[in-house]
Design a protein around this ligand. Structure first.
Ligand code: NI
Length: 495
């Protein structure tokens, strides 16, 4: 990423002449432009002790009318921040449900929320939630940054960085000034600082106050992210005491700049060896009755407990991890790999890839591949499509990038949690030799169902293997879709 800095500066100039469509620091959607003044140096979450991720999901390939996937971080020392994030997630979900309605639509309405750390220091923690909403055939994106003051244990919205109403109004004038000369497409007169307008603010490494607006808020939707950086010396007099501490923590001196941004999980050489289970081949599924347990959407707060119990029971599984979670908790991926499990790719932030264009599909999968490779030194070759949704574009990208696509033929239907005994029943009832069983390690109830599932399937004579072992020496091929390791689908790859 460092190498592109100079050229990125040029790219920015080209973008700026078009108005204010500035590049966003968005792993899923855009390209980082380090020279861009509205860029925030996000903190590598893997460096933050006590960080886990929470997930709220809704929707499934075979039922429901909407797709929802919301992730946010929880920090062990900041419970108030966790509560505020959970409330915000629930608010966004409620608003989305109201807008989407209950009527089936194709493609389905979708809400996807992921996060970044805009600050993480003893002075201030900031979580930037980035929401994408797909309604009426187009995406609309919004950001909101919540701040946490470790010295008081209190959470605030972004306006808590500013010292009250007068300061907010003066800030609105400064923001307008920053927009001057940036093209006629921005409705400068709309900048008032009222309502939720300044709900996403953070500091860049110079200590400038970056104010960002949602899609369509001030300018035509197609401009995407609109943001300005109010210079530090002008912003500082308007800041609250907490705002000043946050600003000082964000501003990096020359030493910080020499060090550059935190090591990116995406800068890994792409030539890592293919991920395999270290114990693959110890069971011959041509002879033994095999099933593959698969756990999606993690790693999450219950993954460590699940790994403990799988280790105790000497059972191997396949984990289809979400890239953002994997980058935040690489230690859990290392455990998976070290303990004989297989790590697969479940996209970067769990958007429905079947309604994305090929470049975005590739970006989501490759970022996740890099995050996994950074953690375990091996690159996943299996992709589980979010929501099980497969398009021609996804198949083509998979073929080109060397991924086999894996869905499932036994669904424990634990997406919304549900009662543990029911999850266990569904996991066991449909099992057959070659079954690929879908579970999620982000739900407490799912993890609690695992001991019963293992006991009952063992009682029926099953061995537990990772997905590729179901296919034996024939292996799995890039671009093909695998739903089951049983004979019919083995003979009938679906491409
Ligand atoms: Ni999933």
């Amino acid at each position: 990423m460092h190498k592109t800095r100079f050229f990125s500066g040029i790219a920015l100039l080209a973008l700026s002449t078009g108005g204010c469509g500035l590049a966003a620091a968005s792993p899923e959607r855009d390209v980082l432009v380090p020279a861009e003044p509205t860029l925030i140096d996000f903190v590598d979450p893997a460096t933050v002790p006590g960080l886990t991720t929470e997930t709220i999901t809704e929707g499934h390939a075979t039922r429901g009318s909407r797709y929802v996937h919301i992730t946010y971080p929880e920090l062990s020392g900041a419970p108030a921040l966790g509560r505020a994030l959970r409330e915000q997630a629930q608010r966004e979900l409620g608003d989305f449900r109201a807008r989407a309605g209950g009527e089936p639509a194709d493609p389905r309405p979708e809400l996807n929320v992921d996060w970044q750390l805009a600050a993480a220091s003893p002075q201030a923690i900031a979580v930037r939630l980035r929401s994408g909403e797909y309604l009426r055939a187009s995406w609309e994106n919004a950001t909101r940054t919540l701040w946490y003051d470790p010295s008081t244990g209190r959470t605030t919205g972004s306006t808590g960085l500013v010292a009250g109403g007068d300061a907010l109004r003066r800030l609105a004038e400064l923001v307008k000034e920053q927009f001057a000369g940036r093209g006629a497409q921005v409705e400068r007169s709309e900048v008032t600082g009222g309502g939720d307008q300044f709900d996403s603010m953070a500091f860049n490494r110079e200590g400038d106050l970056v104010v960002e607006f949602d899609d369509c808020q001030l300018a035509p939707c197609q401009l995407g992210r609109v943001a300005v950086a109010v210079p530090a010396k002008r912003a500082t007099p308007l800041l609250s005491a907490f705002g000043r501490r946050a600003q000082q923590a964000a501003a990096k001196g020359p030493a910080g700049r020499r060090g550059g941004p935190a090591a990116s999980p995406f800068a890994v050489p792409p030539r890592s060896p293919e991920a395999t289970s270290s114990r693959a081949g110890t069971v011959d599924c041509a002879v033994a009755k095999c099933v593959a347990l698969t756990f999606d959407d993690g790693p999450g707060p219950y993954t460590a407990e699940l790994l403990d119990l799988l280790k105790r029971e000497q059972v191997r599984a396949t984990f289809f991890v979400v890239g953002g979670n994997a980058a935040a908790q690489p230690g859990l991926l290392r455990r998976m790999s070290d303990e004989g499990h297989l790590v697969g790719n479940h996209s970067w932030s769990h958007t429905d890839l079947s309604k994305q264009g090929n470049p975005k599909i590739a970006d989501s999968l490759e970022r996740t591949r890099s995050a996994v490779a950074t953690a375990i030194g091996q690159a996943p070759t299996l992709v589980r499509p979010p929501y099980g949704a497969v398009s021609k574009g996804l198949r083509n990208v998979a073929r080109e990038k060397g991924y086999a696509l894996v869905t499932w033929d036994v669904d424990a239907m634990d997406q919304q949690g549900g009662a543990t005994p029911d999850i266990a029943d569904r996991g066991v009832r449909g099992a057959h030799p070659g079954a690929i069983i879908l579970l999620h390690d982000i739900h407490r109830e799912s993890v609690a169902a695992v001991p019963d599932i293992l006991k009952r399937l063992r009682g029926k004579g099953y061995s537990f293997v990772t997905v590729p072992e179901l296919y034996g020496p024939a292996g799995m091929q890039a671009g093909r879709l695998y739903r089951s390791g049983s004979e019919p689908s083995r003979k009938q790859p679906l491409t």
